[in-house]
Design a protein around this ligand. Structure first.
Ligand code: SF4
Length: 344
């Protein structure tokens, strides 16, 4: 053998992707109607790293669930992504054909919704649902998948999983059913999980168990999670970073600890005022006066100005961009003012 023939030509080895698991750039979601186009998401940028939980919080109508639905490819039929890009582990997914997107759901992106009954088939045993989902996405025999299903049910805290695997969803309590949904979302080992109000339908004590489980799963498996909720208390307990949404935009973004300690946007301050404190006695939780604007009646300038006691002429005419504010970013013209001490 000559020295030349001994040299083997190998395909270049691709370096592992080290960027964010989810990367959303300037996302715009619209709903064309007979009376014109309504813009529900107005240009948001977000990213989530491996093992990270990003909380997306806001009142109903802020656009948080729509953001999750856009990522997962489950926008209502009347909605459309009008601009922007969505990448999962470096792969652009916002323009994938429906069949490609179906393959991605479950395999690369898992989903957990508020009501476990909408995610589970009442006619199939829990074991069959796990086994079928795994076999759609992973090259496993039925026996291998069943074994993994038992391990997974154990991992999410279901006692006697070898017995429970043969039971139907109605034989589980609400908290146990949500654990099954979490197992179902994780069974094909997705890189990203979208969890939309996963604890809202549960008792407070069960909520704490489920948030602890979500945290453990992300830490142990390196799964990235978008945790969508209206409840700042759940965010404080669970997330690493938080994006506060208002009227289709992000109004504050940063580490949870920093934002809970020192909120910069008046809306965030109002949301934090609604968290019950275990240590301090207070007569009444703070509420933000007024309501989220309708899509067809979006205020000029800062969309929060009709509800904000700091609003001035600049707020009413110019929209503030996200600006550096301590450890976070906030979209407010008056960050230098002591918004943390202003009663809303
Ligand atoms: Fe309030 Fe003005 Fe800041 Fe908007 S920009 S949150 S209206 S102070």
């Amino acid at each position: 053998m000559t020295a030349q023939s001994a040299i083997s030509i190998e395909a270049p080895v691709q370096a592992p992707f080290t960027g964010p698991v989810l990367d959303i750039r300037n996302l715009v979601v619209e709903f064309p109607t007979r009376r014109g186009v309504l813009t529900a998401i107005r240009g948001i940028d977000l990213s989530i790293g491996r093992g990270e939980i990003l909380g997306v919080v806001g009142e109903s109508g802020a656009g948080k669930s729509l953001t999750g639905a856009a990522v997962i490819g489950l926008l209502e039929s009347s909605g459309r992504i009008a601009a922007g890009e969505i990448y999962v582990s470096g792969r652009r997914i916002d323009r994938l054909p429906m069949r490609e997107m179906q393959k991605l759901r479950g395999r690369t992106i898992g989903a957990i919704f508020q009501d476990p009954l909408t995610s589970l088939n009442p006619l199939l045993t829990v074991g069959d649902q796990l086994v079928e989902t795994m076999r759609v996405h992973l090259p496993l025999s039925r026996t291998e998948a069943a074994q993994r299903a038992i391990t997974l049910l154990q991992e999410v805290g279901i006692p006697s999983p070898e017995l429970r695997i043969g039971q139907y969803p109605h034989q589980f309590s609400g908290g146990m059913r949500q654990r099954v949904v979490i197992a179902l979302a994780l069974c094909a080992e997705p890189e990203l999980v979208i969890a939309d109000e996963p604890t809202t339908a549960l008792d407070v004590s069960i909520q704490a168990q489920i948030t602890a489980l979500l945290k453990r799963v992300c830490r142990d498996r390196g799964t990235a999670m978008m945790l969508i909720t209206h409840d700042m208390g759940v965010i404080a307990e669970t997330a690493d970073r938080v994006a506060v949404m208002y009227a289709g935009r992000i109004v504050e973004l940063g580490p949870v600890a920093a934002i809970i300690r020192d909120p910069r946007h008046p809306y965030t301050k109002g949301l934090i005022g609604s968290i019950p404190s275990l240590t301090e006695r207070c007569e009444r939780l703070t509420q933000i006066d007024g309501a989220m604007p309708r899509l067809n009646a979006m205020p000029s300038g800062c969309a929060f100005h009709p509800r904000c006691r700091l609003a001035n002429e600049q707020c009413r005419s110019e929209r503030p961009p996200l600006m550096a504010a301590g450890a976070s970013q906030a979209a407010c013209w008056h960050l230098e003012r002591e918004v943390a001490h202003v009663r809303l």
